[in-house]
Ligand binder design. Structure first.
Ligand SMILES: [Zn+2]
Length: 98
């Protein structure tokens, strides 16, 4: 398992490019995060984005448990747009490959 490290500063986040790190971005009208930018847990260095349910974004959305530091998302994360095609889960702040 890989710890999902939370960043709040986008410049530091993108400078470090730490595998499995994430940054919650944008907010819904209710003030909740609208999604998560993250670096692939496999270490390939690719950044991706997951929109959360309730964000109003088109396309795939994930259910977020609301825990800012130890997030759980559902369903699983499948990086089909990346060469590595990493597939796994984010649970209680840890990434776990399938
Ligand atoms: Zn990867």
């Amino acid at each position: 398992m890989i710890r999902a490290i939370r960043y709040s500063d986008i410049d530091t986040f993108r400078a470090d490019r730490t595998a499995g790190s994430y940054l919650l971005r944008r907010t819904t009208p209710e003030g909740a995060p609208a999604g998560m930018a993250f670096f692939c847990p496999c270490g390939c260095g690719n950044e991706s984005w997951m929109a959360f349910e309730g964000s109003g974004s088109p396309g795939s959305k994930w259910a977020f448990n609301g825990n800012l530091d130890n997030p759980t998302l559902h369903p699983s994360v499948h990086n089909t747009g990346m060469p590595c095609r990493w597939h796994g889960w984010l649970r209680d702040g840890y990434w776990e490959a399938c």
